[in-house]
Design a protein around this ligand. Structure first.
Ligand SMILES: Nc1ncnc2c1ncn2[C@@H]1O[C@H](COP(=O)(O)OP(=O)(O)OP(=O)(O)O)[C@@H](O)[C@H]1O
Ligand SMILES: Nc1nc2c(ncn2[C@@H]2O[C@H](COP(=O)(O)O)[C@@H](O)[C@H]2O)c(=O)[nH]1
Length: 216
């Protein structure tokens, strides 16, 4: 059921968008954030990329064939979608919208093209771009992760320039050098946004209505 404010308007959660070049550490940071902050749901994307060892359908991604993905694009299934490093990735419109309408905050881990589409359809979203401390460290992390073939790593490193060129389009930019510091920065952004929402009264409409309706 949707949460509503005193005038019957839906009370939506906040949509957070986190982007970074591949290997900068966004999944690691986001997973650590979600262990520390309640009430945020991570959206599980659809992709045509084959699963990596240990990746599970429905937990890490919904892995689909390209034909099925293209059909779903045509049917309007996706809130945003993009081709990234040669594969298609997209965010399901209904699952995100249902969560937001329940008043939950939702976090999307997507690329800059998807972030651009989200900004157009959800201008209230809060976007964060994560930078690696250096190109050498980005390469070390991609190779050290051991999850991709050498040619895939080369492609992702080449693409990182084009991605980093969009960093300034985001509301916040943080550097993932010392992990705990970057996590504290990300958590501070999320907490500040949530506090601002609460203090703007969005989450107190029921209490205000109750206080106004009280006899004394
Ligand atoms: N601050 C850090 N210092 C050192 N290593 C890190 C740091 N943050 C993340 N890593 C490591 O870097 C590697 C890449 O991290 P991660 O998989 O989270 O990147 P990603 O940005 O989500 O990449 P992709 O977009 O390809 O999914 C992982 O092995 C992770 O453990
Ligand atoms: N536009 C979108 N981009 C997405 C989505 N899910 C992930 N991504 C981006 O893909 C790269 C590569 O991810 P990987 O799992 O193959 O390493 C990642 O850096 C994200 O930027 C999505 O739903 N939409």
């Amino acid at each position: 059921m949707s949460a509503i404010d005193v005038s019957g308007r839906p009370l939506e959660g906040t949509l957070f968008v986190v982007a970074a070049p591949s290997g900068a550490g966004k999944s690691t940071l986001v997973n650590a954030l979600l262990e520390r902050e309640n009430g945020i749901s991570l959206s599980v994307s659809h992709t045509t990329r084959p699963p990596r060892t240990g990746e599970l359908y429905g937990r890490h991604y919904y892995f689909v064939e390209r034909g099925e993905f293209e059909r779903e694009i045509a049917e309007g299934v996706f809130l945003e979608h993009a081709e990234v490093h040669g594969n298609l990735y997209g965010t399901s419109r209904t699952s995100v919208q249902e969560l937001l309408e329940q008043g939950r905050d939702v976090l999307l881990e997507i690329d800059w093209q998807g972030a651009e589409q989200i900004r157009r359809s959800k201008p209230d979203c809060v976007s964060v771009f994560i930078l690696p401390p250096s190109r050498a460290e980005l390469e070390r992390r991609l190779r050290g992760r051991g999850s991709d073939a050498p040619e895939v790593i080369e492609r992702r490193l080449r693409n990182s320039r084009g991605e980093i060129a969009h960093a300034h389009e985001f509301d916040y930019i943080l550097v993932n050098d010392v992990f705990d510091q970057a996590l504290a920065d990300l958590q501070a952004i999320v907490r500040a946004v949530r506090l601002r929402s609460a203090l703007q009264g969005r989450r107190h409409e029921a209490l205000i209505a109750e206080l106004l309706a009280a006899d004394t």
